[in-house]
Design a protein. Structure first.
Length: 163
């Protein structure tokens, strides 16, 4: 069982490296500083090219007692339909597809594999579960809500604008 788990972690790491390296050429040609990539665009009601900070997951506010943990967030990069972010302990990378009717699909999701404990691991597990379940989204007043069908919202994010 331990060998299988280590094998899965190894395969996930290799897949992450392949996806990262294969996108390097495109990303280098179009590299922007964070302040250029996520400028204040409050009139734009799109999901892409914004920094989305997780504020609620499965109906519960996201609050960390440990301030050393970075913000849980995700960024949807329009170019190449790449989604990336921080889960609470590990970073993730994958692809997304926006469809008619505010539908969204995530695919080829890869998570780095650091050892995690406590509240960061609990929230990370919930975050991963949400990304696997979500099939639609809404944006209202700079709040992104990820949903599954007509169920209660799975997660809420607020946009963070860089000046």
């Amino acid at each position: 069982m331990i060998i299988m788990k280590n094998l899965i972690i190894l395969v996930a790491g290799i897949m992450f490296a392949i996806v990262t390296l294969s996108s390097c050429k495109t990303q280098k040609a179009n590299t922007k500083t964070s302040s250029q990539a996520y400028v204040d665009d409050r009139n734009n009601n799109e999901i892409v090219n914004k920094y989305w900070k997780l504020i609620e997951i499965q109906g519960k506010p996201v609050v960390f007692e440990n301030k050393d943990i970075g913000e849980l967030h995700m960024i949807f990069k329009e170019e190449d339909n790449i989604v990336s972010g921080f889960l609470g302990c590990n970073n993730f990378l994958g692809h997304f597809q926006l469809l008619d009717g505010n539908r969204i699909l995530f695919s080829k999701m890869t998570v780095m594999s650091k050892m995690c404990f406590g509240e960061s691991m609990e929230i990370e597990d919930k975050f991963i579960e949400v990304l696997q379940m979500v099939d639609n989204y809404n944006i209202n007043d700079n709040i992104l809500t990820l949903n599954r069908a007509r169920m209660a919202p799975l997660a809420r994010f607020e946009v963070v604008y860089m000046e």
